[in-house]
Design a binder for this molecule. Structure first.
Ligand SMILES: NC(=O)c1ccc[n+]([C@@H]2O[C@H](COP(=O)([O-])OP(=O)(O)OC[C@H]3O[C@@H](n4cnc5c(N)ncnc54)[C@H](O)[C@@H]3O)[C@@H](O)[C@H]2O)c1
Length: 404
């Protein structure tokens, strides 16, 4: 494999593992982040995020001299954009990070370079990157044709397994033109053992959004069913277990909503670009958000009969066994209970966090010992190992199947 000079923009959960993996494969990687604390940490061979085995990889990449972090981009053979793509007010995509990264690499791009957008993006964003670069660098456009390549390769790794999945997963590569797609696919084939599937940029963008929307819609079905069961006073877990015995039915698990920076965000990118058509996708988002308040109402209803209820909320993270609070339904539910019932004492239990501003984060044992009401919000492993006999005499509201 030829050694390449690679400039990675954004050194977070996606950019840092990618940059260090490429550096340990022998490439000369120049990693860029706008946060100087991130740049300094990485240049010391340390990491600022939690991801198994990443510390060892980064240390080895930095010590080999193949990974250098900086606040400024540098000339390279290829550029990888791995910056955030959140949504703004009204659920519209916020492309300001992609635009800023595009502008900052513009002076460094040369003819023949490849620019890859890895950030999860609304349809048309990769073309937007190509158009912005062309406008900023008219010298790189000859007879109306770009002299550089631009492609999208959405990342689909699972936090906690990023290093393995970066290599093992199949990848979708979509070019703004066929040549860009081929050049980008050839690059990924040098380090990905999964299949590299080639398409155009818009299809690649929508394929990634589709993956997350599919999950969101299916969880919405389970969440809606859980609310139906609540009204009918039927155990949703039993209904799902029985229905799933049908050979072609596979209902997912309900929870207090849907969280994280992917499933709770990406479907809105489809809704914003095809709002009249994406009715099911929008409704699924609305159902999953509504589930959060439904759980809150159930807790408040049961708490009414106590003068000063002690309520233990088990879990704050957006899914089991992580510390990530982004778009977390459990966090929203706990915060809403605190706001709605100031007379209650709300004990938050989150084994993956030591403290959190605005919350009484207490150990599980203490919370269970003191609580009148126990709310299961996240199926963290320590909760599943809990002695259930301690819940006798308590009001239990189980939003995630913890006490099945
Ligand atoms: N984390 C995941 O599991 C995951 C999985 C699949 C896809 N994605 C997508 O990958 C993209 C990046 O996500 P992430 O989780 O790595 O985000 P992150 O917040 O962990 O990291 C992004 C980094 O980019 C930096 N940054 C912001 N603006 C910049 C700029 N103009 N130039 C250079 N650096 C800049 C930030 O300081 C931050 O360190 C998003 O589009 C996300 O949706 C993430």
């Amino acid at each position: 494999m030829n050694t390449q000079r690679i400039c990675v923009m954004g050194l977070g959960y996606i950019g840092l593992p990618t940059a260090s993996l490429l550096a340990t494969k022998g490439h000369k990687v120049h990693g860029v982040d706008v946060r100087s604390d991130v740049v300094d940490t990485i240049n010391r061979g340390s990491i600022h995020i939690v991801e198994p085995e990443l510390d060892v990889l980064v240390r080895s990449a930095v010590h080999s001299g193949n990974l250098v972090a900086s606040l400024e981009p540098a000339e390279a053979d290829l550029f990888v954009l791995a910056v955030p793509t959140p949504f703004a007010e009204g659920h519209v995509p916020d492309l300001s990070y992609v635009d800023a990264a595009t502008e900052s690499i513009a002076p460094y791009v040369r003819a023949g370079n490849l620019v890859i957008l890895e950030s999860t993006s609304p349809v048309g964003t990769t073309e937007r990157v190509a158009e912005r670069l062309s406008a900023l660098r008219p010298d790189l456009v000859e007879d109306g044709r770009r002299t550089f390549h631009v492609a999208h390769c959405p990342e689909r790794v699972l936090p906690g397994h990023i290093l393995r999945e970066l290599v093992d997963n199949d990848r979708i590569v979509g070019g703004v033109d066929p040549a860009s797609a081929e050049v980008a696919a050839a690059f990924y084939r040098t380090f990905v053992s999964g299949e590299v599937l080639v398409t155009n940029a818009r299809t690649a963008e929508l394929a990634k959004l589709t993956e997350n929307s599919f999950r969101d819609v299916n969880i919405a079905f389970a969440n809606e069913l859980s609310m139906v069961c609540g009204t009918l006073d039927i155990d949703v877990w039993e209904v799902i277990a029985l229905a799933n015995r049908h050979p072609r039915v596979q209902i997912l698990n309900p929870g207090p909503g849907v969280g994280g920076h992917c499933l709770a965000v990406d479907p809105w990118f489809i809704v914003s670009s095809a709002s009249d058509e994406a009715r099911l996708i929008r409704t699924a988002r609305e159902v999953n958000v509504a589930k959060e308040d439904w759980v809150v109402r159930r807790v408040l209803d049961r708490a009414e009969r106590f003068r000063k209820p002690v309520i233990a909320c088990l879990g704050l993270a957006y899914k089991p066994d992580i510390d990530d609070l982004r778009e977390s339904p459990a966090l929203h539910v706990t915060r809403s209970i605190i706001e709605a019932m100031p007379e209650a004492e709300v004990l938050a239990v989150e084994p993956n966090l030591r403290e959190l501003e605005g919350f009484d984060v207490v150990p599980l044992e203490e919370a269970i010992g003191r609580a009148d009401i126990v709310v299961g919000l996240v199926a963290h492993t320590p909760f599943k190992r809990m002695d259930r006999s301690r819940l006798q005499e308590k009001v239990v509201i189980d939003a995630c199947g913890l006490f099945r």
